[in-house]
Design a binder for this molecule. Sequence first.
Ligand code: RAM
Length: 335
Amino acid sequence: MQKPVRAATAAILAGLLLGLASTAGAASIKEGLKIAFVPRQINNPYEVTADNGGMAAIKDFKGEGKAVGPSDAGASSQVQYINTLTTQHVDAIVIAANDPNAVVPYLKRAMARGIKVVTFDSDTAPAGRTIFVNQTNAEAIGRGQIQLAASLIGNEGEFAILSATPNATNQNTWIKWMKEELKKPQYAKMKLVKIAYGNDDDQQSFVETQGLLQAYPNLKAIIAPTSVGIAAAARYISSSPSKGKVVVTGLGTPNQMREFVKNGTVTAFQLWDPGQLGYLAAYAAANLASGVITGKAGETFSAGKLGTRTIGQDGEVILGPPQTFNASNIDQFNF
Ligand code: RAM
């Protein structure tokens, strides 16, 4: 009598284990997911690093990844790519939006067809996506930019902001917080004289820098919270009489800024690791497309080498604090 009972117990145990295994299976990323990245601009070095980070993650979990997108950061230039991906019925779209609203109807259409949408780097209005993978809390970035610039000009003097496009969600949110920070009494002698837009175009950012220097002869600093803008501003200033007189700071990639730090044009600037940003966004998209998470605040998911991450309010997932780069540490970074 013993044996059959044991066999039955074993069968039950095996069944239980199988059950457990299938539950575990449901809580992990499916293989073969098709995930498409849509950067703001396909050739922007920052975006290339971010997309490559995404592709590395997709390789980790055995999906199929690709990056497609426009060469300019125009408000609606991403629409055609979203529509093509919708027709192709990818599992997830991971997009850094050029405009908070212009892409929303198209992303909604994609979602209505079962495609999961994650924004990263630059968000849409909440209706356009389920999760936003944010580099750092936007308030901290904005306030941090003013704090850094102020420390470089002794809290005194005129400064300008050289931004990306006038409708970029990320830059506009950071600028809003920069203005908030500026209200503090310690910045009473700092004056924001102009917000210029280089449209994340190298040449236009270069020309805008020239224009700022001509229009504001007392300018003490340019804050460019865009990797395209800061590199163009630094290039212009490095070969102008303003070198050493006008501070250039903002957000840039160490690889694009290294020569300007070494030649004394730039003292310090900030960024996060765009590769990790893309990597985290890919994991968020894959977990969403696999049904592991739905995008609700408090849900957690495993993001490979970045460990377990938690979804915050409004579907926001944060990568981590930014890094300040200067002559003493810039050679430790390669992106
Ligand atoms: C540019 C883009 C991008 C931004 C970085 C800092 O590459 O505007 O969206 O996050 O700068």
